[in-house]
Ligand binder design. Sequence first.
Ligand code: PLP
Length: 345
Amino acid sequence: MTIVSKAELSSALAALPRVRLAHLPTPIDYCPTLTKRLEGPKIWIKRDDCTGVAFGGNKVRQHEFILGDAVSRGVDVVIQGAASQSNQSRQLAAAAARLGLDCILMPRKDAHYDHVQGNQLIARLFGAKIVPVDATASLKQAKEDMAARLKREGRNPAILGMGSQSALSLAAVAYVNAYLEISSQFEALDEAQPTHIYATSQGSTQAGLQAAAMLLGHSTQIRGINPMDSRNEAYEFPSAIAGQCEAAARILGFDLSVPVEEISNSTDWVGAGYGLPSADGQEASALLARTEGILVDPVYSGKGLSGLLGDIRSGLLTAKDRVVFIHTGGLPAIFSYADAILACT
Ligand SMILES: *Cc1c(COP(=O)(O)O)cnc(C)c1O
């Protein structure tokens, strides 16, 4: 496999349609107290919770490429359906408002639907049309039906998130860019490249990081901690994540073959289920808050952090390692989980 230079990757990224939404590069914070407390690797946090639009998160970064592509194809309405506390829906509604696109959000009538707080509250402030979907119905199907109806009305809709492989691949492309940011930030810090990068990921975030590391020939290991497992309609198997790595490389004009064994994505930290706070996640959240003054959320970033702490405590990562935890955001959800969070503290 031919190795690509960072300059070649940067110019391939620069050639893609893109809208500017995020505050980039996001900061990278060294965590001295957490590092000392755990007596393991040096830990940095890449602050993608600080991407800037509507309380930030990884989707702001991803929407630069996803909506850049949509706008270049003349899309005039975007459709997203997910859990009622979806971070993506919140970030999409804000981005669509900024770009003058119509936005339809299809929240699931799940346990958090009736209590309008957190992401759901914020998502409603941007003028998106809200079309709730029954708790047991397929969101994928609901989104497809909505797109078909809009097409019949002469609109040019795009489905985002689950059910759109092309949007998921462009989301991965955005994390090729994030990898380059991390690499340059480590150079500027005069640190050797990270040995490991951790992120809470269902697929796209991890796939972009993995594709970048492989294309550049870096030995940095990418580990995704999944907030869901195969009980959930949106779960992506490691083989699908490998496919997303290849697709992201292809979009950038590079040929990459990713054996499924290269993908390290763990479902060990899901706990009782997607969207249900876990004891390990809440312990990790409290530790980060009390050592570094940084918050993570109970659905995504807290569980991702619990996976990193688990790998440090089991000795998988040692004092020789340099690890970056990508903070993918999700903080507004805290406000709809007050009871569960208080029960753990
Ligand atoms: C969507 C989301 C993720 C997962 O991102 P993928 O690109 O699907 O891997 C992780 N964390 C947060 C906070 C999210 O909102």
